[in-house]
Design a protein around this ligand. Sequence first.
Ligand code: PLP
Length: 450
Amino acid sequence: MTITESDTWTGQRVKEADTEYVIHSWSVQGALSPIPVAGGSGSWFWDYEGNRYLDFQSQLVNLNLGHQHPKLVEAIREQAERLCYIGPGFAERSRAELAEMLAGLTPGDLKMSFFTTGGAAANENAIRLARHVTGRHKVIARYRSYHGATNGAMSLTGDPRRWSAEPGGMPGVVRMLDPYTYRCPAGHPDPCPVCSGGPHLEEILQYENPNTVAAVIVEPVTGTNGLLYPPDGYLRSLREVCDRYGILLIFDEVMAGFGRTGEWFACNHWDVSPDILTSAKGLNSGYVPLGAMTVSSRISEWLKDHMFWGGLTYAGHPLACASGVASLRIMQEENIVENARARGEHLGAGLAKLAESHPSIGDIRGRGLFHGVELVKNRQTREPLVPFNAKGPAAAPVTRIVKEAMARGLYLTANFNVLRLTPPLVIEDSEIDIALGVLDDVLSLADEHY
Ligand code: PLP
């Protein structure tokens, strides 16, 4: 075996080794041509040739504090020098401090936290705990959802990626429709029982037997699957129905949490709190793998004399927790949530202006720096630019936009016909203007299909 000397790792060499030996998520490996990334700072990253990209996606919508925030890097270094690892059975400062901070920051009476290595594991543990606490087994999840790629989380996930994992998936998952107000999934006019939440849930419960349902899990604002904001009253009506039947309500705030929508948590917009809140990504800006499941005071009490049937070698990893503590401090010191709100208004206004000259923009949805732009072939009929689950040539009208934006130095992604605009929460208006300029250019490709 030969081990290459570190100074021979050119960009080309990195790309070759990566392509040969690294399995990339959700990809046909032979179709990939990954850009070798040499570094990053703030809202930008760059390749080995010095090409710079404006990260309008915050990588996987996790890099909320941007690339290489110096205080965050320093906090990880300090913890590494103090104590890199101690098992979850011991009390450790960063772990205890982060859990205490979360009890203060999260909505309602959420109190104790279990730390994981990411969002999927947080959801896995939330479901298992909900089943133990209620003694029931079913879980209601929505179609337009993404909850992670482990077995249980993938079974909860509603989007088509779950199809390949269904044989052998977790039993007991029941689906409900989403509050997709731009295209009501049930084809209802306003007011719609699906988009108002509670009536739809209650109808499902009639058929499922509420006494068998442990939990309802939703993303308060749907991220991956279309940037869907629920109508006012939606979350509250889910809360009321869950309370009526003794069902636990789980909010998956993995993507929308920690300032992304211009509030600490997306559910704060509607002042509704869950029994269990799961988080990851923005919790520590993803500098070290970390997720959390934070539970209500009632469940915290229950845990005092019941077994918690869960554990991970890296539960509450000190490096991850230290980065979480530092990240939350930075968010407070640098008014990151307020910045997300203010920059979000600038982005929203810029997008509304683009809609005046780009007929392919059908809908703009967003608060804070969590925006989706839905592209259509026709504004009146709302015919989507590409159909749901479009792949290959059928998806080309959107993949071309994403590719052309990248060629112009703007990194963004799309989910079918919805462009996701989720830059770091530290972005500046001048950088947003650069992105709007590129969008103005590439959206003409969508207008061609109009
Ligand atoms: N939940 C939501 C809402 C997500 O967006 C994601 C990831 O994108 C997950 C869960 C899974 O998180 P992870 O990839 O850290 O397991």
